[in-house]
Design a protein around this ligand. Structure first.
Ligand code: FAD
Ligand code: NAI
Length: 499
């Protein structure tokens, strides 16, 4: 609807067609069926949550579908999707300006523009990040021609890649002593490692967790040739439709370099020149097997080793997409670059909320919750932000949503179901905690983090069926001192004990 001065007007506007933005717009549309909800997004497709199921108090399961925006407008006739990037926000005038030269006036705005890969170097064509469908396809295309790649980073994406890639040698360079530092400690890493040396690929396990699919045909969902320049983030199983295979016939061939970072990246020509000068790389410390071939690019690590490869994947975290919104607006920005939000998902500016990867939770969290940029949290934040926007518009008060009581995440790594709960890596607990472990090689790994007899967190790898019991024990903070090691005794049916 056009307002004074030609600006289109919507009482509520949401920026971003990822999980956070779409969930927020849907919730607003349901709460205010007679209001227009504007959803402004740079991507040609949106991400919708389908088949949502609350598995337990805080664990949830849902599918994520990449859909044409028309499907969302059909489901919610009061949502209007505008496909254009926002290039400017004038928060004092309550206006946003889009790339296509239009302006929109809002009463309440929620920014859900997500994040982008934080690359080790920007602008190097041999350094790839993975975020959206386009970048995943670009990666796949490059991989199909590759014999060796270097993966840098030790979080979710790196863990998935090193396991999924076949027929290509992978040099995995990590800053830490053990693999998977964002999810695991050294013990869990040890448990997982044999999967990386397995000769053949396994049949993927089915596990109760979020799935990722694309709704509609290529023509319907994604205009042919449309570039998803600022696409929404991929999620669980993003690699399942892709054939992640290099030029060779072997399954896994992963070499891990620990406790190192990338010192420098040299293009082939630079490498040749360097070898001919006195600045040549120290021979003794060079990659043990001297390469007979010349590689397109060389990675020099801080441990002195140099690896030639076809390209480098920088799986080194994300940086929130805040740039278009900062100019002229005095947002409080967190250390991680996100827009700080309070316990009502409100940024530091009036009538501007934020949710999902773009925001930094700046409220005093529950002792067993922390922010991680995940699909589940994007959904929870988008939904809760809409509730907060509605409450503010109606002058009502609102309590913090229960989902922020306990950090809970279900995923899959190395073909194992993985559940992480609360302070699963004793984050922020200092040395004042104890760990209890139960491990059956190749089958399950269970770790609980205890403090003063209370359970503060847990890592469950494999089909343990303990998630609901442990979720309850963490939430109710029952004193478990009397049970001691029996808590993890496989001969005691702990579920019957506490459920
Ligand atoms: C490869 C990969 C695998 C992952 N796997 C998992 C997993 O297994 N489990 C899990 O929980 N999480 C996973 N994640 C993380 C999860 O995908 C994200 O945390 C989540 O999708 C973030 O949602 P969002 O809506 O905040 O942001 P996004 O999905 O990034 O959406 C942002 C939206 O904003 C739009 N946008 C950006 N800038 C502008 C602008 N200026 N104007 C208008 N629109 C704009 C974009 O087009 C996009 O539609 C994964 C991420 C990646 C990259
Ligand atoms: N199954 C799941 O739950 C998955 C979740 N994700 C999510 O997607 C997002 C992006 O994934 P990732 O890029 O893996 O981010 P991440 O935040 O999970 O991990 C980043 C990793 O890079 C390392 N790192 C950072 N800077 C570095 C540098 N300069 N040199 C070397 N290492 C460096 C960090 O130590 C960390 O190990 C994250 O929010 C992640 O949680 C991604 C894949 C799977």
């Amino acid at each position: 609807m056009a307002g004074p001065g030609g600006a289109e007007r919507g009482r509520f506007a949401v920026v971003g067609g990822g999980i956070a933005g779409v969930t927020c717009a849907e919730k607003l549309a349901a709460e205010f069926p007679s209001e227009d909800i504007l959803l402004v997004t740079a991507s040609p497709v949106i991400k919708a949550v389908t088949n949502f199921k609350q598995v337990s108090k805080t664990l949830e399961e849902f599918d994520v579908e990449e859909q044409p925006s028309s499907l969302l407008e059909k489901r919610y006739p009061n949502i209007r999707v505008i496909q254009s990037g926002v290039k400017q926000l004038k928060s004092d005038e309550h206006k946003i300006y889009t790339e296509d030269g239009k302006e929109y006036t809002y009463e309440k705005l929620c920014l859900c523009a997500g994040a982008k890969p934080k690359l080790i170097v920007e602008g190097n064509p041999y350094v790839l990040g993975i975020r959206d469908t386009d970048s995943a396809q670009a990666f796949q295309k490059n991989l199909a021609q590759a014999e060796r790649i270097v993966v840098v980073g030790n979080g979710g994406i790196a863990l998935e890649l090193v396991y999924e890639i076949q027929g290509c040698e992978v040099i995995w360079a990590i800053k830490d002593k053990a693999i998977g530092n964002t999810f695991f400690d050294a013990g869990a890493a040890e448990f997982l490692l044999p999967k990386l040396t397995a000769e053949s690929q396994e049949t993927p396990i089915e596990c109760k967790r979020t799935k990722y699919t694309v709704e509609g045909s290529e023509e319907k969902g994604r205009p042919p040739g449309a570039s998803d320049k600022l696409g929404s983030a991929l999620g669980p199983d993003w690699h399942e439709g892709l054939h992640l295979k290099g030029t060779k016939e072997f399954s896994h061939k992963v070499h891990i370099e620990i406790l190192c970072e990338v010192k420098k990246i040299h293009l082939q020509q630079e490498f040749i020149q360097l070898q001919q000068t006195s600045l040549a790389f120290p021979k003794g410390e060079k990659n043990a097997e001297a390469d007979e071939v010349l590689w397109p690019v060389y990675v020099e690590l801080t441990n002195g080793k140099i690896y030639g490869c076809n390209f480098i994947v920088s799986a080194t975290g994300v940086v929130p997409n805040v740039e278009p919104f900062l100019d002229g607006n005095n947002f409080a920005v967190g250390e991680d670059g996100g827009l700080e939000v309070d316990k009502h998902m409100h940024t530091s500016l009036p009538d501007v909320f934020a949710a999902g990867d773009i925001c930094t939770a700046a409220w005093e969290p529950s002792p067993v919750w922390h922010q991680m940029r995940l699909w589940t949290q994007a959904r929870q934040m988008g939904w809760y932000a809409a509730k907060c926007m509605a409450a503010e518009a109606l002058g009502e008060s609102i309590d913090m949503d229960f989902s922020f009581e306990l950090f809970a995440h279900i995923t899959k790594f190395f073909n194992y179901k993985v559940v992480v709960l609360g302070k699963y890596n004793a984050q922020g607990l200092g040395s004042d905690h104890e760990l209890m472990l139960r491990c059956t090689k190749g089958h399950e790994y269970i770790k609980v983090v205890m403090q003063n007899g209370r359970m503060m967190g847990a890592v469950l790898i494999g089909e343990t069926d303990l998630e609901e019991t442990f979720e309850n024990l963490i939430l109710n903070q029952m004193d478990l001192s009397a049970y001691g090691e029996d808590l993890l005794n496989p001969d005691i049916d702990i579920e019957d004990y506490f459920d």
